[in-house]
Design a protein around this ligand. Structure first.
Ligand SMILES: [Zn+2]
Length: 475
């Protein structure tokens, strides 16, 4: 094992923890991550990286590069928070500021773990031990918009040989689970107001259109492929019961296990929306927010990640961490650990059944999840289809911690999250270094990638004229 990387990360653990805590303490929503992106970009610049800020027309997107020549290894960082999840570092519900955002997906850890890996690799390049380019990708708005896809279409991934990333979780694993492809679209209906009791015949209700669209989509569910998913929320539905609503909006996520499935289903959803407009004599307008690829990892990279994970070992939690985890587990919904059991191979089931009784994960699980989806979506998918990509998850929370929850915010701001983050930084750094030292491994990953993409070039999944949806905040 490359001990100097491990030593460097250990010696700098306080620096990394305080960066992560700074991002945790200033939770910002996607595209608005001014303080968070600046915190990370400044730290990289101070360490000698060349930083380009505000790339791809997004003020909070940046790239930071160190070294030169091949291979170019890109490590993906995220730092956006989620709305309404403000939470203190305690194992019971206690918002720091009611209604404010919080790091309910642990992206404060994600960004700094990736940054720590880049800094450690930089030390090795500087000392002359390895040659190549290490690049941190500051990718905003993972929760709401395909910023990575936007960075790809702006050419920012064109020279990348290998991309690496990680995500905070409650387990340690090189996961093959996929994320779904998705289209995120707001359907806006425009009608005509009228007195709802006095002259309802003159009204054309935009809210009726939204409701009929939802009814249509709920019937459509029966005739979709089983892996597809539809969810919606009504953003606007009128102002008073005695006024026929002339404006109504509904926001849909349309998901499939790959782009084709998502696109096919989206076409059918669009037909339902048109039908709803026709029935209600309203106008329908489409506000296309985002679309993403499903994830698909390159096996060669997953294998290197797995071997480096085994060298580094699991995050070592102490008694206080365990006590915290035991407390916070009492607040989890019943059955929140069962998902794990559905995933594990038969031969591993007895170990997994014992594991989920524990508060924290103390083993590296075997790679699993091949051919299965975790249901959600991420713009890491677009990177997977642009360049060979690998990802690990590390234990940053109690086993069974539900995603996008206040419990996740709590763990991401304290020692459990910090330990998982430092483990991820080490594994990613060692993996990047391995690829810098072994050009055959890089070629293998690229060959495999070319085979499964069948040599097809990445094609942007969103309309050509799409711009980042800053308009979402203008309401
Ligand atoms: Zn996330």
């Amino acid at each position: 094992m490359n001990n100097s990387v491990i030593i460097w990360i250990e010696e700098n653990r306080q620096h990394l923890i305080s960066l992560s805590d700074n991002v945790w303490s200033t939770p910002e929503l996607g595209l608005l991550e001014e303080v968070s992106s600046k915190t990370l970009a400044d730290a990289l610049e101070k360490a000698g990286f060349t930083v380009e800020r505000g790339v791809a027309k997004m003020p909070t997107a940046f790239i930071a590069t160190y070294g030169s020549g091949k291979p170019v290894i890109g490590i993906l960082g995220e730092y956006d928070a989620l709305p309404g999840l403000s939470q203190d570092k305690v194992p019971y519900r206690k918002p720091l500021e009611k209604g404010a955002p919080g790091h309910g997906c642990g992206h404060n850890l994600l960004g700094v773990g990736a940054l720590g890996a880049c800094l450690a690799v930089k030390q090795e390049i500087e000392s002359g031990n390895i040659k190549g380019t290490i690049r941190f990708y500051g990718t905003p708005a993972e929760e709401m918009f395909n910023a990575k896809g936007y960075m790809i279409t702006n050419g920012l991934f064109d020279d990348v040989d290998i991309a690496l990333t990680w995500h905070p979780a409650s387990l340690n694993m090189v996961s093959y689970l996929t994320a779904n492809a998705v289209n995120s679209v707001i359907f806006k209906f425009h009608g005509r107001t009228a007195h709802a009791a006095g002259d309802p015949h003159n009204g054309r209700s935009a809210l009726d259109a939204v409701e009929l669209m939802n009814v249509g989509c709920n019937y459509l569910r029966e005739h979709m492929l089983p892996d597809c998913k539809l969810h919606y929320c009504i953003l606007k539905g009128g102002v008073a019961p005695n006024i026929v609503p002339d404006e109504a909006e509904v926001w849909y996520f349309v998901r499939g296990i790959n782009r084709k499935q998502a696109e096919d289903l989206y076409e059918r959803v669009e037909k339902v929306a048109k039908g709803a407009a026709l029935m209600t004599e309203t106008e329908m307008e489409i506000d296309f927010l985002s679309s993403m690829y499903n994830t698909r990892y390159t096996k060669k990279i997953q294998e290197v990640l797995e071997s480096k994970f085994k060298e580094v070992g699991v995050p070592l939690f102490d008694e206080e961490d365990k006590k915290f985890a035991e407390e916070i587990r009492k607040t989890f919904p019943e059955g929140s650990t069962e998902g794990l059991l559905r995933l594990v191979p038969q031969e591993f089931l007895p170990t997994a059944e014992k594991l989920i009784e524990q508060p924290l994960c103390d083993i590296i699980l075997p790679p699993m999840g091949q051919g299965k989806s975790h249901g959600g979506s991420t713009d890491v998918g677009d990177v997977c289809y642009k360049v060979p990509t690998g990802e690990i998850i590390t234990a940053c929370s109690a086993i069974g911690n539900p995603g996008h929850s206040w419990q996740y915010v709590a763990s991401s701001g304290m020692s459990i999250g910090h330990k998982g983050m430092l483990t991820a930084a080490k594994v990613l750094a060692l993996t990047a270094i391995e690829f810098m030292q072994d050009s055959t491994a890089v070629e293998q990953a690229k060959k495999e990638f070319k085979e499964w993409t069948k040599g097809e070039q990445y094609k942007s999944p969103f309309p050509d004229d799409l711009i980042p949806p800053f308009r979402q905040y203008e309401k």
